[in-house]
Structure formats: structure tokens, C-alpha cells
Design a binder for this molecule. Structure first.
Ligand code: TMP
Length: 213
């Protein structure tokens, strides 16, 4: 049987790393074999594309260039890492995926959703995540956390208005895909987020008929 594909999304500073670790612990406790990976990145070439995409020294990058670089990295990642794992029956836990493109390049930059959908079909064929966890937080809070971490990358340097659009795009993706998406309020304490996540993961996986058995 094919592995399941879980993605995790949210604006900057939303606590993705901590919560990915929580999901990893949850999957391990369920006896599910999985790999953890990230986008943009996950292969040698895709990590080099990530460096370009995040480099704060690059002051102007064309929006179409950015979109195509994101999908170039994704094509590489899918071919070398994601598809082979799923085909072996191994689950994939991915830190961001194409919903980030709809949110950042579509919502944030205002690129046409039709173009993104066309690239999605070209690069992914029919592959879509089985489950997407969207950590939701006021971008003002998230950006303040991101700033505390140190030097900002090319996206983190964007104005707050950009992240308000990114957040709104994530929420409309969730509203349009309620079965696939799990929205978690990341404004709660870390422990509360962890507990909400675990409780929801368990019911979502059983509702979707997904289990590690
Ligand atoms: P992060 O993985 O450390 O959060 O950083 C990745 C950055 O790349 C983040 O600001 C979102 C951005 N990004 C896009 O703009 N489009 C995409 O499709 C993906 C996967 C990420």
C-alpha cells in the first residue's frame, strides 16, 4: 500500500518546527514509518534553489521566476524523495508544499491561481497531500517571533500586509478543502497547541480512513 502524504503549513514564526516534532512523535507512537522533509528543499538541487529563493541579498526577483523556481525545486523533490517514499509505503511528512505556493505566490504576490494550478498539474500529476495541517496565527505575532530568531530571509523581509494576504489565502484553502485540511490555532500555549494537534490528528486520520496498519 502507498504511504500517506502529510504537509504542514503556516505563516512565519507560527511554530512549525516544534509542531513538526510533535507530529513526528505522534506518528512514531502510532508505529508508522515515515520520512520528514521540507520545501523548498529536500534534495541537493532543491536545497540550492531554496538558497536562491531565501537569499535576502537578492533584492529583486521576478514573481514568475520565483514561481518557477518553487516548482523546479518541487519537481526534483517529488522525483527523488517524495514519490519513491510513498511508493515504498513510507509516509511523508513535509514542511510546506504547494499550498505554500497558493498562499505566498498566489495570495501574497497576487499571481494567478490558474497558472499555479496548471504548474501543479504539470509537476505533480494527480498527487495531492492526504492531510494538511495549517497552523494559524496573527502574522504580527509570527513576524515578531521570526525577528527574534535573527537575520531575516527574503520572504521574512516582506511587509506585514503581504503576510495578511498569505494568512487569508491559507484560510480560504482550508475552507475550500475541509476534509484534507486541519486548521490549528497556533496562538494558544505550546502545550495547548500540542494537545489540540494530537486530538485532531487522531480523529482526522480515522475519519479519512488513514492508519499506519
Ligand atoms: P520556511 O520553510 O523556513 O518557513 O521558509 C520557506 C519560505 O519559502 C517561506 O517564507 C515560504 C516560502 N515558500 C513560498 O513562497 N512558496 C512555496 O511554495 C514554498 C514551499 C515556500
Amino acid at each position: 500500500m502507498k504511504g500517506k502524504f502529510i504537509t504542514i503549513e503556516g505563516v512565519e514564526g507560527v511554530g512549525k518546527s516544534t509542531n513538526i516534532a510533535n507530529v513526528e512523535a505522534f506518528l512514531t507512537a502510532q508505529g508508522i514509518e515515515f520520512i520528514r522533509t521540507r520545501e523548498p528543499g529536500g534534495t541537493v538541487i532543491a536545497e540550492k534553489i531554496r538558497e536562491l529563493l531565501l537569499d535576502p541579498e537578492i533584492e529583486s526577483m521576478g514573481e514568475l521566476t520565483e514561481l518557477l523556481l518553487v516548482f523546479a525545486a518541487r519537481a526534483e523533490h517529488l522525483e527523488k524523495v517524495i514519490q519513491p517514499a510513498l511508493n515504498r509505503g513510507v509516509w511523508v511528512l513535509c514542511d510546506r508544499f504547494t499550498d505554500a505556493t497558493f498562499a505566498y505566490q498566489g495570495g501574497g504576490r497576487g499571481l494567478s491561481l490558474t497558472s499555479i494550478e496548471a504548474l501543479q498539474d504539470l509537476v505533480q500529476g494527480e498527487l495531492r497531500p492526504d492531510l494538511t495541517i495549517i497552523l494559524d496565527l496573527d502574522p504580527e505575532v509570527g513576524l515578531a517571533r521570526a525577528r527574534e530568531r535573527g537575520e531575516l530571509d527574503r520572504f521574512e523581509n516582506e511587509a506585514q500586509a503581504f503576510f495578511l494576504k498569505v494568512r487569508a489565502a491559507y484560510l480560504s484553502i482550508a475552507a475550500a478543502n475541509p476534509e484534507r485540511c486541519l486548521v490549528i490555532d497556533a496562538g494558544q500555549s505550546l502545550e495547548e497547541v500540542k494537545q489540540t494537534l494530537e486530538a485532531n490528528l487522531l480523529s482526522k486520520l480515522s475519519y479519512l480512513g488513514i492508519s499506519g496498519e
